[in-house]
Ligand binder design. Structure first.
Ligand SMILES: Cc1cc2nc3c(=O)[nH]c(=O)nc-3n(C[C@H](O)[C@H](O)[C@H](O)COP(=O)(O)O)c2cc1C
Length: 362
């Protein structure tokens, strides 16, 4: 067992939130390291005007407050998404609110957008300015907001100068009513306002910051139609598929009954089916970030073959520890070697039909 694996195993003996706090502090202090692979230039990827060293990102929710993006980039992630950030700080739901299901390689969380708010995270991102690395900012709405779209607009205005890209997160299951923003008319209004705010900031920040939309894996086929139509009509710069699920397929036992969003291995099938269905709807050009249940390189390859340009992981990192990014990327490089391919883009959509034809699991 490597030192990394021992560290990860020790953290897993602690209560999940205590372990998470320690991991963030260690990463922020530069104490958490991993075996560094020589970068594989074949893995370089693009997102709008951004050039990424590789297509694997740390998904939102791990570093909600932008405390440790550089520590995460140093582990080999090609990009890091901080947040979800809301305008005002908020405590989230009462603890306990994160539950591990180790046999299933899964987690259930009902954090409820606990975060330090815009100002604190902005100060941290301003302090790291000039260090490079792709750091996206995931924005959301306060639980007690009376104008939720205004909260997203405030996020885009606040972070425009420091965000490599934005994610409009309408898919957390833990803020009551948030997912209703995925409905056609609500989404249309939200994206109109969010994209207008981004456009307003172009002159001030000197670039058109890409805006991605992050969706739930619990939409129906008709719901996917709505999201695809509105996203294309409004001109989002990409989709992130997906957030956690309310389904409990693939998990059992007392913890499975906890309220919240399920992530990790049991989410892989559902999130990949929805990803492929969205790829089919939006065409070949729109970037899609595939997330949900990526535990190793083979899973990342499968997401790309189903239609993803980029991928992200969170729960896999909880179980694998600091070597996660290096291991996933090594698997991706090995897949290119095996098939003699020049880049992961050559894998994209190879299994699109196989995934998109499946029903969304019950
Ligand atoms: C503890 C926890 C907190 C999360 N918080 C957020 C969040 O604040 N915003 C968000 O967009 N997604 C959040 N997510 C969802 C992840 O970004 C990701 O979409 C989901 O976990 C599926 O990926 P995974 O199976 O690799 O974990 C969270 C996930 C977990 C496990």
């Amino acid at each position: 067992m490597s030192l990394d694996a021992i560290g990860a195993a020790l953290l897993r003996r602690l209560d999940p939130e205590t372990a998470h706090g320690l991991a963030i502090r260690g990463l922020s202090a530069g104490l958490v390291r991993a075996r560094r692979l020589p970068p594989d230039p074949r893995l370089a990827a693009r997102l709008g005007d951004l050039v990424l060293p590789n297509p694997l990102g740390m998904a939102a929710g791990f570093d909600k407050n932008a405390v440790a993006p550089d520590g995460l980039l140093a582990l080999g992630f090609g990009f890091v998404e901080v947040g979800t950030l809301t305008p005002r700080p908020q405590p989230g739901n009462p603890r306990p609110r994160i539950f591990r299901l180790p046999e299933a390689g899964a987690v259930i969380n009902r954090l409820g957008f606990n975060n330090d708010g815009h100002a604190a995270a902005l100060a941290r991102l301003e302090a790291r300015r000039g260090r490079g690395g792709v750091v996206g900012v995931n924005v959301g709405a306060n639980k007690d907001s009376t104008d939720r779209p205004a909260d997203y607009v405030a996020g885009i205005r606040a972070f425009a100068a420091v965000a490599s890209y934005f994610t409009v997160n309408v898919s957390s299951p833990n803020t009551p009513g948030l997912r209703d923003l995925q409905a056609r008319d609500a989404l249309d209004e939200l994206l109109a306002r969010a994209l207008a705010a981004r456009d307003d900031m172009v002159a001030a920040v000197g670039r058109r910051v890409p805006v991605l939309l992050k969706i739930a894996p619990d939409l129906t086929e008709a719901g996917l139609d709505d999201v695809a139509d509105v996203s294309l009509a409004r001109g989002v710069d990409g989709l992130i598929v997906s957030n956690t699920t309310l389904s409990r397929v693939g998990v059992s036992g007392p913890v499975a009954g906890e309220a919240g969003g399920l992530s990790g291995r049991p989410l892989f099938e559902r999130s990949t089916v929805v990803l492929a269905k969205m790829r089919r709807r939006v065409g070949r050009a729109l970037p899609i970030v595939g997330v949900g249940g990526i535990a190793d390189g083979a899973d990342a390859v499968a997401k790309i073959r189903a239609g993803a340009d980029l991928v992200q992981g969170y729960t896999g990192f909880i179980y694998a520890g600091p070597a996660y990014a290096a291991d996933v990327l090594a698997g991706l490089s090995a897949a290119l070697d095996r098939d003699g391919l020049p880049s992961p883009a050559a894998l994209r959509d190879l299994d699109l039909d196989r995934w998109a034809d499946r029903p969304i699991p019950a």
